[in-house]
Design a protein around this ligand. Structure first.
Ligand code: THJ
Length: 108
C-alpha cells in the first residue's frame, strides 16, 4: 500500500468533477485558519481518530502540506491505515495559493 502524487491540474479536475474525495490539510492550525483549499479538513493528532473512523477506506484522500514534502509521509501513513487511494498534493498549499489565490477559504 502506498500513495500517489497529484498535481494541481488534476486536483482542479477532481474539484470540478462528481467523484467524492477528501482534502486533508496537515499544516499548522493557524495556517489552516488563515487560508486553505475550500472544503479541506485539518488533519492533526487531535482530528485523526475521528477522520479515520468516519471515512470509508475507498474514499480518495488528498493530503496537503506547505510544499508537498511532509504530505508524502502523511499519505504513506494513511495508506497504512487501509485507505486505498491516497494522494500527496505536489507543490502543497504554497503552489496552490500562487495559482489559485482567488479560490482560498479562511476562518475556523
Ligand atoms: O510541508 S513541507 O514538508 O512541504 S515544507
Amino acid at each position: 500500500m502506498s500513495f500517489e502524487h497529484l498535481d494541481l491540474a488534476s486536483l482542479a479536475q477532481w474539484r470540478d468533477g462528481e467523484q467524492p474525495f477528501v482534502l486533508l490539510d496537515i499544516r499548522d492550525p493557524l495556517s489552516f485558519t488563515q487560508g486553505r483549499i475550500p472544503g479541506s479538513r485539518h488533519l492533526d493528532n487531535a482530528s485523526a481518530g475521528a477522520i479515520l473512523e468516519e471515512t470509508p477506506r475507498d474514499t480518495p484522500l488528498v493530503v496537503v502540506c506547505y510544499h508537498g514534502h511532509s504530505s508524502q509521509q502523511a499519505a504513506a501513513w494513511l495508506a497504512g491505515q487501509g485507505f486505498e487511494k491516497v494522494y500527496s498534493l505536489d507543490g502543497g498549499f504554497t503552489q496552490y495559493q500562487l495559482t489559485h489565490g482567488d479560490d482560498v477559504e479562511s476562518g475556523s
